[in-house]
Design a binder for this molecule. Structure first.
Ligand code: CO
Length: 210
């Protein structure tokens, strides 16, 4: 139990330090949540979203799952997306993957891990769609890195294909969706230069007109 007591002690110190720095901090946050950003990232313990992009509590709405997947029937992810866009009115959705992602590596491997294999089928599908590009790369690490990028690009598209995002655009709400990737090796984010802010940028087959 020592570990858990450590956590609770650390929490008490953190709350006291916050109050010392800004006595109104918790009262203000309790009354209002108005983040501009929604982060959809991997559950990996090595990339704490707020910390790596310097956002304070209250500034970042977060959804995380193994390998940052946006699956069309995932009620959890879709509810986060809908609440963030319709109610909180976030202006940016960032899908952030990372190099060295265990979920991506598992999707390149034939070993069974359990229920998680079903979830990672999403990435296996990305792998199949880009089979030739991946096969042309030398070595497993290069293939895993590229698949992590391709996964982010796919999930950005999946966000944009939802009627949640398309309805927001149709209402004239300012909303853009971005794909980033994080390197565990140097702690830096890279912008994958996929920034979508209108239905013109998505495939016609995925566009809703009304
Ligand atoms: Co990961």
């Amino acid at each position: 139990m020592e570990l858990l007591e450590d956590c609770l002690d650390a929490n008490r110190r953190w709350a006291a330090a916050r109050r010392a720095q800004d006595p109104a901090f918790f009262r203000r946050l309790e009354a209002l949540q108005s983040p501009d950003l929604l982060w959809i990232g991997c559950s990996d313990s090595r990339l704490p979203p707020n910390e790596i992009i310097g956002r304070q509590p209250g500034e970042l709405f977060v959804h995380r799952n193994v390998a940052n997947i946006v699956e069309h029937t995932d009620l959890n992810c879709l509810a986060v997306l809908q609440f963030a866009i319709d109610v909180l009115k976030v202006r940016h959705v960032i899908v952030c993957g990372h190099y060295g992602c265990g979920g991506v590596r598992a999707a390149l491997d034939s070993r069974r891990l359990g229920l998680i294999d079903t979830w990672l089928r999403n990435i296996r599908d990305v792998r199949v769609r880009h089979r030739e590009e991946l096969a042309a790369l030398a070595g497993a690490p290069a293939r895993a890195d590229r698949l992590a990028e391709l996964n982010v690009l796919t999930q950005v598209a999946n966000v944009c294909h939802t009627n949640i995002v398309q309805d927001a655009w149709r209402r004239g709400q300012s909303l853009s969706v971005h794909g980033w990737i994080y390197s565990l090796a140097d702690g830096l984010l890279r912008d994958l230069s996929l920034n979508v802010d209108s239905p013109d940028q998505i495939a016609p087959e995925h566009r809703f007109d009304r």
